[in-house]
Write a protein that binds this ligand. Sequence first.
Ligand SMILES: NC(=O)c1ccc[n+]([C@@H]2O[C@H](COP(=O)([O-])OP(=O)(O)OC[C@H]3O[C@@H](n4cnc5c(N)ncnc54)[C@H](OP(=O)(O)O)[C@@H]3O)[C@@H](O)[C@H]2O)c1
Length: 338
Amino acid sequence: MTTHGAEVNWAVIGTGFISQSIADDLRLTPGARRQAVCSRDPDRARAFAADRGFAVAHGSVAALLDDSTVDAVYIATPHSTHAAIAIAALEAGKHVLIEKPMAVSAEQGRQIARAAAATGLFAMEAMWMRFNPAYRDLVAAARSGAIGEVRSVRASFGLPFGPADSTRWTEERASSTLLDQGIYPVTLALDVLGRPSRIRATGRVRDDGVDLTVHATFEYEDHRFAQLSASMVEYIEPTASASGSDGWMTVPAPFWAADEFTTRVGSIARALTEQHRTHHERRGNGYVPMLEAVTLAIAEHRTEHPTHSLADSIATLEVLDAVRHSLSSPTARPKETR
Ligand SMILES: NC(=O)c1ccc[n+]([C@@H]2O[C@H](COP(=O)([O-])OP(=O)(O)OC[C@H]3O[C@@H](n4cnc5c(N)ncnc54)[C@H](OP(=O)(O)O)[C@@H]3O)[C@@H](O)[C@H]2O)c1
């Protein structure tokens, strides 16, 4: 028995960087047991299980989904595989927590939601930022008028993860800075300003269709706006801010994982000289709040978590679809020149 009165046997699908971080944070999560891992390479699965304290190692996704000791799976594979693995897992009777983006389009997201509804199992996209205590406080403060009427959001996630010609990124894997990094700035804009009435996007897109850098402007009623950027090939200061009629809030780098933010309000003189800091202690690699919330939800036989519902994910995917559409329109898609 744990503090939650029930244990969930977790399995991780894939053995990449994020699987390792999640595995470490599952160790810190009340009610979560590290039950199984799978890799396409059985030796890699065995090594991962031994290193990270998982009971069982499987050499394929199918073998893991056949394992009756597994209650829930964390899907940490390339974007293009998420929907098929999630639907197969649900049909095999497993609860699913799916790395972001849950799917590569809103239509695929709806297919996952239909499969989840048909099985009555828990399903959620692993949008961990939304469970981060500092992020939750920031969104709550913005919504409650701490900076007056929110007028604009600026957020960027640009880090050089590889060279522009990296062979690690392929269209087949749905490699995309919009899907990988851009989902965080977009989620912040949706949380603070809501759904935009118009989207304009430009960016740097490889000949094979992989977007490397994306800049988007979201426009809202009454001239409110968001300026968002993402890149996997260059630095774009990875911070965020929300500005309103009475002041602004600033989130330091990396904003999607920040444990604090500052608020400045009042007259110009006061806003420029005084700031209020909100801070929370980070737990593990930062995924513990999400893993704890999901483990508890599963133990309580819930099918979704209110902090990030399937409808929330589908709404975000609809906006990402629209950004991609704007990016690929003839005037908004400058092809990379070599
Ligand atoms: N939340 C975060 O902070 C965070 C950070 C980074 C990435 N991510 C997300 O995590 C996911 C994985 O990203 P990544 O960059 O780690 O991807 P990746 O390295 O390409 O793939 C992750 C793992 O998935 C397995 N895999 C690869 N292709 C597969 C396939 N076709 N079928 C089944 N398994 C396959 C591989 O493990 P085996 O070789 O052992 O099979 C690989 O190590 C993405 O959704 C990404 O957006 C999240």
